[in-house]
Write a protein that binds this ligand. Structure first.
Ligand code: HSE
Length: 323
């Protein structure tokens, strides 16, 4: 439903962990932090302009038609027939090509901010489709496993991207995550090319058994079942070589008490799901130390609960105007 809008709106869009080991392209979860911040300002002129981007070292395109946030915002204006336009000011809190859903965060931040600032009241499926248009620009494919949890928060299973059919899954109380981001970059499109087009039947059987069991584990808060299910026999074996020290980090995570550990999205970041934040706080430095020992690579680490909230408005000017 359309309503009143604002002069400016600021949103926060969280990092997301896609695949979650066994759910390639269909399962992801949001973190509480880190994330991107985006400020949208309404303009009388139609269309999208990008006024500033910070935190990207000057590497992202400033031209709206070549920028993930710009494309997503434009798709929403077109989808809703908006007569006004927007100016976007993006602060990248997420490192580029890190496997933490940075392009999805920017795309979702843009659609949520534009929807709020212009009072468009677009339904979730429209926001998702428009954010996926931005994600497509960045990664060359329309996988929803970052965009969906960035939009909705928590664990989200995308049964279908088009038409959107998103299933929100429960988050067992206290579930937390250690993230290690080695100072490397992996392009999602290149990491996808490593996978080929076919999966051997036995691997597919193994993978969908794990995915079904992981979903059951989340519903039943069965941490042991979640841990047994966090196994990827499809993508991880082909991509692990992109991250020096991968095996050492994974072993360190499990020895320090993680339920399971795998690549976050297409890497190079790794995630380790843990029963509590206290365990995750032990796991993260153990992984970082293993990475340094095995590969001499520096990293950033984060410890975060699974974020129950998706992208949200954090500030809005009170200069509301009718649309
Ligand atoms: N599911 C996607 C992939 C996520 O693994 O290629 C990319 O962030």
């Amino acid at each position: 439903m359309r309503g009143t809008g604002y002069q400016t709106v600021t949103v926060f869009a969280p990092a997301t962990v896609a695949n979650v080991a066994c759910g390639f392209d269909v399962l992801g979860f949001a973190l509480a932090q880190p994330g991107d911040e985006l400020v949208a300002t309404r303009r009388a002129e139609p269309g999208v302009v990008i006024t500033a981007i910070t935190g990207d070292g000057g590497r992202l395109p400033r031209e709206a038609t070549r920028n993930t946030a710009g494309v997503a915002a434009r798709a929403l204006l077109d989808a809703t027939g908006a007569r006004e336009g927007v100016a976007l000011d993006l602060h990248k809190g997420l490192p580029l090509s890190s496997g933490l859903g940075g392009s999805a965060a920017s795309a979702v931040a843009a659609v949520v901010a534009v929807d709020a600032v212009l009072g468009l009241g677009a339904p979730t499926d429209v926001l998702l489709r428009c954010a996926l248009a931005g994600e497509q620009l960045a990664s060359g494919s329309t996988h929803p496993d970052n965009v969906a949890p960035a939009l909705l928060g928590g664990f989200v299973l995308a049964r279908s991207a088009d038409p959107p059919d998103l299933v929100r899954l429960p988050v067992p109380e206290g579930l937390a995550c250690a993230i290690v981001h080695p100072h490397l970059e992996v392009e999602t499109a290149a990491a996808r090319r490593l996978l080929g087009d076919t999966v051997p039947l036995q691997a597919a059987i193994h993978q969908w058994a794990n995915l079904g069991a992981l979903v059951a584990g989340l519903f039943q808060s069965d941490l042991a079942l979640i841990g047994r299910s966090l196994e990827d026999v499809v993508a991880e074996p082909k991509r692990a070589g992109l991250v020096p020290g991968f095996a050492a980090m994974k072993q360190a995570a499990l020895e320090a008490g993680a339920l399971g550990c795998s690549l976050s999205g297409s890497g190079p970041s790794l995630f380790a799901l843990c029963a509590t934040a206290a365990v995750a706080a032990r796991v993260a430095p153990a992984m970082a130390a293993a990475l340094a020992r095995a590969a001499g690579v520096a990293c950033d680490t984060w410890v975060s609960p699974v974020g129950p909230e998706g992208t949200r408005v954090t500030r809005a000017s009170d200069a509301a105007c009718a649309t």
